[in-house]
Ligand binder design. Structure first.
Ligand SMILES: [Zn+2]
Length: 210
């Protein structure tokens, strides 16, 4: 387990190895501002750090992390729409050219959704949040009721990525850019057990290893 003192020591190592040696990059990013070309929507899961998995430098990725890497649809109801606000910033201010929804195997959020049968619980913020993926769970259960729980979970993890891609298209400032060719959407899945990265192929309708 990482203790607070380990984290402070880690920051010292970061300063020595990356910040001080890489000073010009940080100074450039401060002077010129950030210009990431890619937005990644990833899970909070401690094993799925997009910058680490994709071996990126500071300034490369604009990252949103939430439980189960979900994107809500466009909606007018009041609330604090953290994920939606960050997506809007990435699109309308930073003008990113790609959005990757990065799902992963052994997702705790999807596990909870499947185990609870998609039932909402007014006492749980997480249950309400995971209802965003209920259509993914319901379709997987209808299509593969006899499959093992692991197979259902992996299918639901991947299906939820597609739900988020569909939800992205409900925002006019996303759909207009996709249709004009200035923005591309991608569904990726990180298999943390086998160290594989899979990409959704819209033609074959399958996730395929990269
Ligand atoms: Zn997860």
């Amino acid at each position: 387990m990482t203790s607070i003192s380990n984290l402070i020591e880690g920051f010292q190592r970061f300063r020595e190895r990356h910040f001080e040696r890489n000073d010009s990059l940080y100074q450039h990013l401060v002077k010129e501002g950030q210009t990431p070309k890619t937005l990644v929507v990833a899970c909070c899961d401690s094993r799925v750090d997009p910058a680490l998995v994709l071996d990126c430098e500071p300034g490369d990725l604009f990252v949103i992390r939430n439980v189960a890497n979900l994107v809500p649809p466009s909606e007018n109801r009041a609330g604090h729409h953290g994920t939606t606000a960050a997506i809007e910033y990435a699109i309308r201010i930073l003008a990113v050219e790609h959005i990757i929804v990065l799902g992963h195997a052994h997702c705790g959020g999807i596990n909870t959704l499947v185990r609870t049968g998609g039932v909402n619980n007014p006492d749980s913020y997480m249950a309400d949040w995971m209802c965003l993926a209920e259509s993914a769970r319901a379709s997987v259960m209808a299509e593969m009721p006899q499959a093992s729980l692991d197979e259902q979970l992996h299918a639901c993890e991947q299906r939820a990525i597609l739900v988020s891609l569909e939800n992205l298209m409900t925002f006019p400032w996303v759909s207009e850019r996709v249709e004009s060719g200035t923005l591309a959407l991608h569904g990726w899945y990180f298999d943390i057990e086998h160290g594989q990265l899979l990409r959704f192929n819209a033609t074959t309708k399958c996730f395929e290893a990269l």
